[in-house]
Design a protein around this ligand. Sequence first.
Ligand code: SF4
Ligand code: SF4
Length: 464
Amino acid sequence: MSKIKGAVVVDVDRCKGCNLCVVACPTQTLALTTNEVNHKGYVYSYMAQPDSCIGCSSCAIVCPDGCISVYKTKPATAKPAVVADKVEIVSGVAPLVNNVPAEEEREVVLMKGNEAIAHAAVRCGCDGYFGYPITPQSEVLETLAELKPWETTGMVVLQAESEVAAINMLYGGGGTGKRVMTSSASVGIALMQEGISYMAGAEVPGVIVNVQRGGPGLGTIQPSQSDYNQATRGGGNGDYNVIVLAPNSVQEMADFVDQAFELAFKYRTPVMILTDGVIGQMMEKVVLPPYKPRRTEAELVAECPWASNGNGLKQRGVNVVTSLELDPVEMEKKNLQLQAKFKKIAENEVRYETVGCEDADYLIVAFGSAARISEKAMSLARERGIKVGLFRPITLWPFPEAEIREISKTMKGVLTMEINAGQMVFDVRAAVESQIPVAHFGRLGGIVPDPEEVVNALVEKLVK
Ligand code: SF4
Ligand code: SF4
């Protein structure tokens, strides 16, 4: 039995009785009322077995409306939970955040991950957002519509007629040097792949947010990480990659928007923020980035001499933004130049974090929401006497291959925890180069694994 005692408080008035928390609870603590409703007429979640709660937070993670607060206590008789001798968070070679508010300007607010994306876009000088609503990311467009940035910063917000239209608006806007963004979910991102390939080929910057849901096809509206392959292999036709950032909190959802724009313009390339329905829908405290003014036309002309923005004839000749080149010799040259750029990105832009790896025998590699669950699993495993560390890739492309190879040299085995059938596991195996066993654990169909399941999988696949 776990030594941690937990308790949850459900915001009864907000609860809509969707049952997600009841299903997610590994200890059957929660149930829906059967003879009582809230003021909206919904049955609601409550602690039917209060003594069973282990404070794992699975219920709070899956609740789409942020109704649940989890409190944890250690009983006086319990031994302290065993954690790593030294828990260290190590950033990759590149900075994680580049738009941090001054201490006196820090304003802490509570919001959903999708809302944080929208607020961050307005605050970091975004010129335009083009998108089409799809669950579980519709709040991005809804929040922008509510914020009305066209009345304040002048940012354009447009609901396109489809995802295909939205990505081509991004191509057009980015081609003129504007800071433009779109968002969608899995199946919508699949529709955008042709446009993303055009942008990569024509070297057009832009930010694409993917709040993943389960697939294949229309799949489900529940969270998943099954677009790892789609995101990290370019996704469309031709030889290219997009930079992929994987936030694991509402704070990182806000922080990575500016980071994504900086990278997009630094390398003239599309950048994807790959998140999922858990992070998009959950509510957390967040410090929003400070306001950064949109670039003036003069700044844009100076910073984007390649852009096709109508100023060329007056100031520097005509720019043509295209991915088309019919001469094969020229096309090969273009491809080699793109490959050189991707190599430079791979050398300079890897980002990752490690937790508790110093004394670990086993390593869990996980990104985004799976990394949060895995961090809890790491503590539970240590309570059982198994020394586990966590490696969280923050850039999924470029993938922290050399860093995983190095850290795995002292490990007995590696478990990748992904909310999919096993996609990142192939990159981890390539990094580890068959030196130690690498196994995968994940759930499908929109089911989010609980930490206890992860520990059991680790034991079954690697430790026993
Ligand atoms: S999911 Fe975890 S925190 Fe929530 S009620 Fe169940 S045991 Fe407690
Ligand atoms: S997941 Fe949230 S909204 Fe759904 S029943 Fe549980 S508390 Fe209520």
